[in-house]
Design a protein around this ligand. Sequence first.
Ligand code: SF4
Length: 327
Amino acid sequence: MDMSTERYREYEACKLCPRKCGVNRYETKGYCNEGAALHVSRAALHMWEEPCISGANGSGTVFFSGCNMGCVFCQNRMISRGEIGKVISTDRLVEIFWEQKERGANNINLVTGDMFIPTIVTAIEKAKSDGFDLPFLLNTSSYLEVDSVKMLDGLVDIYLPDFKYIRDEDAVKYSNARGYVEAAKAAIDEMVRQCPVTEFVVEKNDSGSVNRNAEGESTSDYSDENKIMAKGVVVRHLLMPGMLIQAKMIVKYLYERYGDKIYISLMNQFTPNGELAQFPEINRKVTDRDYDSLVDYAANLGVTKGFMQVGETAKESFIPDFDMSGV
Ligand code: SF4
């Protein structure tokens, strides 16, 4: 790691996210439980993102260890507390990008890499300078500082931010994330500023042929399921039990602010993790009735650029094994 570069100084008094721990991550860890060294738990193709992200070939996910959120319903506590993972170099991360491309990935999907943005910037710059041509995607909780998002300007092609809460009291209660709403709004504003136009291209398979007989030029609409996203912003909201009103407020906010500049992905896969005894009001799956109501609300509002989930998705089998595959 080139310690002399200015961007790594961020780790010396870390304020990369709104927690602003101010700790020197070369010596200790902040709330996210991560030092300055890259810590990765899995790198593999993932088929269960939105269809325009995974496509038929899969998304090249890289799961980073640690997390700056503190969600009581976390499905991956061993990962989010940084207890599983392997420390790797920046050069190894670049190699992983190339290995994902060899596996046929449509993109490089950086999952919860928020705490490592300075190093991720270096890795993307290195890969691009070596001719790497897959889109880079940041998959984030949105509990980010705008300056951290700005570091990725021109490097990340697709943003996949969560917008988890519209009321800070919910963010504090369920994710110990004071200031989440303001931070997420500002972070998503910056993502849309960087990627104001959505672009879809025809998906190719590893022999270079197009999949599923697709034809055509790149478009700004996801009108053809044979296409995958090359540029844009998809804001995700996971509906939580008993929080339909807040979910509708989120959809309204997003649509009024960004209109058709973004895609909105409404998710129903909330899965109780067995540790929610203190939070009985969310200790269940969401009902079909609530989810259908949310989707209808979005449609009636005029949202046409969106994704919804079909069928039973709240299953633990959708959670990948964090066995350090591909790391
Ligand atoms: S990235 Fe980690 S150490 Fe840095 S401010 Fe956020 S929680 Fe604290």
